[in-house]
Design a protein around this ligand. Structure first.
Ligand code: SAM
Length: 486
C-alpha cells in the first residue's frame, strides 16, 4: 500500500484518503476493541442514541463512527438485545411501519471493468452480453408497471462505448414517458458507475431520484486488488463520486458496501465516516444505505471471499446502522431470503425490492432467465406476494414517490423526517399508493387485507384536515382517478 501515513484524517477534506482515512479506521477499531466491555461507556452511547422528545418533536442525535464501532465490537448478549430494541424504536419514530418498494431494471451488462466478484467482469466470455434497445426498455417498463411498480433503480455495467451517458439518459426518458393503463414509473433511481460532474448534472436534469453507488469496499488496498482493471480501479475517483454528484446538483445519494469482500467492522466504521463527510461538506447525509452481501453468480463463488458474514452479524450491522444514522433509509434487496428480510424489517430496513429480475431483459421473459443474471435472487416471490407478506408482518407497503416530486430532497427531506411531520405526509402517501396498487394490480386476497389495513391506518393520521383530504383522495381512486399526493 502506498504510504498511508501521508494522509491525515479530515472529514471535511475532498480527498478520499483523508475523509476515509485508513489510520483513523484502525485507531477507531482499536479503541472499540479496548472498550467493548466498558458497560458504562456503552450505556452512555446507547443513551445518546435514544430518541428524545422536545415539545411535540422527536429528535435523534445518531452516533459517530467511533461510538457506533464500540457497540459493534461489544459481544454482550444483553447489550445486543438493547441495540435491537433501540433500532426498532428509532425505525418506528421516524419511518413508522412504512416500507417503500422498488425494483431494479438492468439496462446493459456490457462492462469494461474487471471486478472480481461480479459476473459482468469483462474477462467473463461465456455470459451473453445484452443491452436493451428503447423498444425493449419500453417492454420491460410495461411489464414492471403491470406488476404495480412505481419506483425503479436502473443498473448498468460501465462501458463508455456501449453504455455512454447519452444511452442512460435516453433510457430514463423512455421510462418516464410510458403510461400504460393506470401505470407510471414516477421515480427512477440510478445505479451506474462513478462519473463526472457534467454527467451528474445531466442525470439531475433528467429527473432522477437517488444516485446510488456502492463503494464495494472502503479498504483501499483490497479495493485495488478486487478491481484490478478498468476505470473502476481508481479508488479515489470512485470514493469521491458522491461529492461530484452533489456538486452536480444531486442531493439524494445512496451509499453501500458489498459485505463479504472486507472485514465488516472496517467497512462499518468507514461507511459512517463517509456519511459524516457528506454531512460536514454538503450539509446533508446519505439518503440511503444499501447492505448487499456477495452472492453466487455466473463465474462467481461467494466462498472465494474470506470475509462472508453470518445472518446474526448481518442483523447487527443493520440495527447499528439504523441507530447511527437515524434519518437515512436502509435498503435490502432480493439477494436476501424472505426469512432474513423478515428479521431485518423489524430492526431498521425502510426499503425493499420486490419481484426483482437481475438479468438484462428479465421482466419480459415468462420464466425467470438466469443466463445474464447479476446474482442469484433468493427471494423470488411475486410483487403481490411481497405486498401481502409485508402487511402480514404489520408493515404498510408504500409505492410513494412524492418527496422528490415535491422537491423534498436532500436536507428538505431530512427536515421533514426530523420535524415529525412524516405521519401527516409519508403516512397518507403510503396509504394512497397502496390503494392504487390494490385497485389496479392486487389479487382478491391481498386486496381484502389491504383495504382493512387502510381503513385502520386512516385514523393514525394526526392532522384532521389531512385525514379528510386523504379520505377524499381514497374515494377518488375508487372512482378511477390516480396520482394524489401530499
Ligand atoms: N456498474 C455499476 C458500478 O460499477 O457501480 C453499478 C451497477 S452493479 C450492476 C450493482 C451492484 O451489484 C454493484 O455495485 C455490486 O455491489 C453488486 N454486485 C456485483 N456482483 C455481485 C454479486 N456477485 N453478489 C451480490 N452483489 C453483487
Amino acid at each position: 500500500m502506498e504510504n498511508v501515513k501521508l494522509y491525515k484524517y479530515d472529514k471535511k477534506s475532498l480527498k478520499a484518503e483523508e475523509f476515509i482515512n485508513h489510520d483513523e479506521i484502525l485507531r477507531t477499531l482499536d479503541y472499540a476493541e479496548k472498550n467493548k466491555n466498558n458497560l458504562e461507556l456503552i450505556n452512555e452511547i446507547l443513551e445518546k442514541a435514544r430518541p428524545k422528545r422536545v415539545g411535540n418533536q422527536t429528535f435523534c442525535k445518531g452516533l459517530t463512527h467511533e461510538e457506533a464501532s464500540v457497540l459493534m465490537a461489544c459481544e454482550d448478549k444483553d447489550v445486543l438485545k438493547k441495540v435491537y430494541s433501540l433500532a426498532e424504536e428509532i425505525k418506528e419514530a421516524f419511518y413508522g411501519d412504512r416500507i417503500v418498494i422498488f425494483a431494479p431494471l438492468y439496462l446493459s451488462n456490457y462492462c469494461t471493468n474487471g471486478c472480481i466478484y461480479c459476473p459482468y467482469h469483462h474477462q467473463n466470455k461465456h455470459i451473453p452480453r445484452k443491452k436493451l434497445t428503447q423498444e425493449e426498455v419500453k417492454a420491460e417498463v410495461i411489464a414492471l408497471q403491470d406488476m404495480g411498480h412505481k419506483r425503479l433503480a436502473i443498473e448498468s455495467g460501465e462501458d463508455p462505448v456501449n453504455n455512454p451517458i447519452e444511452y442512460i439518459l435516453e433510457c430514463i426518458n423512455t421510462i418516464y414517458s410510458i403510461k400504460h393503463k393506470n401505470g407510471a414509473i414516477r421515480r427512477v433511481n440510478v445505479n451506474i458507475a462513478a462519473t463526472t460532474v457534467e454527467n451528474y448534472k445531466k442525470l439531475k436534469e433528467a429527473g432522477i431520484g437517488t444516485y446510488i453507488l456502492f463503494q464495494e469496499t472502503y479498504h483501499k488496498e483490497s479495493y485495488e486488488r478486487l478491481h484490478p482493471t478498468g476505470p473502476k480501479h481508481n479508488y479515489a475517483y470512485h470514493t469521491e463520486a458522491m461529492d461530484r454528484a452533489m456538486e452536480g446538483g444531486i442531493d439524494d445519494v445512496g451509499l453501500g458496501v458489498l459485505f463479504g469482500l472486507e472485514r465488516y467492522k472496517y467497512e462499518f466504521a468507514a461507511i459512517l465516516m463517509h456519511a459524516e463527510h457528506l454531512e460536514a461538506v454538503h450539509g446533508v447525509g446519505p439518503h440511503t444505505i444499501s447492505v448487499p452481501r456477495v452472492k453466487r453468480a455466473d463465474d462467481i463463488d461467494p466462498n472465494a471471499f474470506d470475509n462472508g458474514i453470518d445472518d446474526e452479524t448481518f442483523a447487527k450491522i443493520v440495527a447499528l446502522t439504523r441507530i447511527a444514522v437515524p434519518y437515512t433509509g436502509i435498503i435490502i434487496s432480493t439477494r436476501e431470503s424472505q426469512q432474513v428480510r423478515e428479521k431485518l424489517l423489524k430492526i431498521g430496513v425502510s426499503q425493499v425490492s420486490g419481484a426483482s429480475r437481475t438479468s438484462v431483459g428479465g421482466y419480459t421473459e415468462k420464466e425467470r432467465p438466469t443466463d445474464t443474471e447479476q446474482f442469484d435472487v433468493s427471494d423470488q416471490r411475486t410483487l403481490d406476494e411481497v405486498v401481502r407478506w409485508l402487511m402480514e408482518q404489520g408493515k404498510i407497503p408504500s409505492f410513494c414517490t412524492a418527496c422528490y416530486r415535491e422537491g423534498r430532497t436532500g436536507d428538505r427531506f431530512m427536515s421533514l423526517c426530523k420535524s415529525g411531520q412524516i405521519q401527516n405526509c409519508c403516512h397518507p402517501n403510503a396509504l394512497i399508493t397502496l390503494k392504487e396498487f390494490l385497485m389496479d394490480y392486487a389479487t382478491e386476497e391481498t386486496k381484502k387485507i389491504g383495504e382493512s389495513l387502510i381503513e385502520k391506518e386512516i385514523n393514525n393520521v394526526p392532522n384532521e384536515k389531512v385525514r379528510e383530504i386523504l379520505k377524499n383522495n381514497l374515494k377518488e381512486i375508487e372512482n378511477g382517478n390516480r396520482d394524489f399526493r401530499f
